[in-house]
Ligand binder design. Sequence first.
Ligand code: NAI
Ligand code: MG
Length: 491
Amino acid sequence: MAELDKTQREVGVPGDWTYATAPESRDIVHIADRYGFFVGGEWLEPTETYETIAPRDEEPLAAVGQATPEDVGRAVAAAREAYADGWSSLPGSERAKYLFRIARLLQERSREFAVLESLNGGKPIKESRDVDLPLAAAHFFYYAGWADKLEYAFANRRPRAVGVAGQIIPWNFPLLMLAWKIAPALACGNTVVLKPAETTPLTALLFCDVLRQAELPPGVVNIITGDGRTGAAIVESEDVDKIAFTGSTEVGKEIQRRLAGSSKRLTLELGGKAANVVFDDAALDQAVEGIVNGIYFNQGHVCCAGSRLFVQESIYEPLVAKLERRLTTLRVGDPLDKNTDVGAINSAAQLEKIHELVASGKEEGAEIYQPPCVLPEKGYWFAPTVFTNVAQSYRIAQEEIFGPVLSVLTFRTPEEALEKANNTPYGLSAGVWTEKGSRILWMAQRLRAGVVWANTYNRFDPASPFGGYKESGFGREGGKHGLEPYLRFEE
Ligand code: NAI
Ligand code: MG
């Protein structure tokens, strides 16, 4: 019996705390029946549409346009016109005003955006409310601050806008990824054609209303929707100067092949298989919280998720026991319930991928643990999962699962931890848990990962650059580094 259970029994504390439902109201957000493309400040009618749904129960939410190459052409032409016709020559201090307005409007309308994000994407409302929305607004505030300081940030290098940026984003942080892409692009004087992921278009479409309220000149930001075909048309568009992509490594490689030999600039933020390394001197209860936050946050649909847990052998048993016990307290269910910890899986396709990899883990010989939890009947759901007895060669230790599934491995020495942690084609992020500052620094210098968290995990700040090594991509978003992909220098 765990220490806590024993104490509870002795003092007569009830062991079972059931939560009443605490649903956030979905009526706060208005969803139209049908959406077109936001091009040149106006709505264009799509020729073809598809249905976007709520992954929690498969409820149809709206008909959304599937943009054709012709639609993409119109959006790019609108962006080019806006670029040439004023935006690129506007003083930075003027551009900043629009970015500040957008940030303020996002804050004012954050509840509405959070509800829509959870409804269309499946993530718990407490995450969209407390993470996605504040961070999205913070990104606009942060880059608004740089817009009139580019000459200072890059002294004597004469920074200039690149031109029209084509931006393709994924479904795991729809509005936040939009902010990561649009804020630095506009701060640097570029104009934008952005495509949200096909399963989560609604917050990007609502964002067009924020652009209207902010009175952003028409054509500076154009939002078109559709699947990978639309994305490919953006990549191939002749008049786009820069592509920024966040998504799968597979598509990232394809885009890189397409653009090889062209003058188009490219940044890629792709997959990950991050190591979260726990040493025997770490504060175990805090580490357990960090592990849980590292892999079950946003159902594990996180490129920097701590999906490979490395535990020093001497603390393996107590740590796994504490972790499994903590898993029994995670509340899986309605994304719009304020008590929910783990929401719905984003799509049927992603759920299938998780099932497939979990089946491979069992087949290859790993031991599976899932806490008892009742999953809703409709919609896409997967229980929080821990695999122990995992060998480095297993697919669940090598491939990105992008779901609430953790693989636990062990090590004896720091050198061994490092070697195993770096034994991956990816390199986006890593975590280190130890009380020793010198060990944190030793590990951080040697981990081949863009971000290394120490005694915490999944912390984000607009001032801090984010991006990968190896197959996790190239280029940085956030911070001063995040300006560079959107600038050319007339040195
Ligand atoms: P994906 O890479 O196909 O989709 C991401 C975005 O790229 C979407 O907007 C999509 O419409 C677009 N896209 C798809 N094919 C394209 C093409 N040929 N040219 C241009 N754009 C294209 O990712 P998907 O299929 O949704 O997820 C598959 C796996 O990728 C996930 O299971 C996960 O492992 C990984 N992934 C990683 C993400 C990250 O943040 N690094 C985000 C999303 C997925
Ligand atoms: Mg795909």
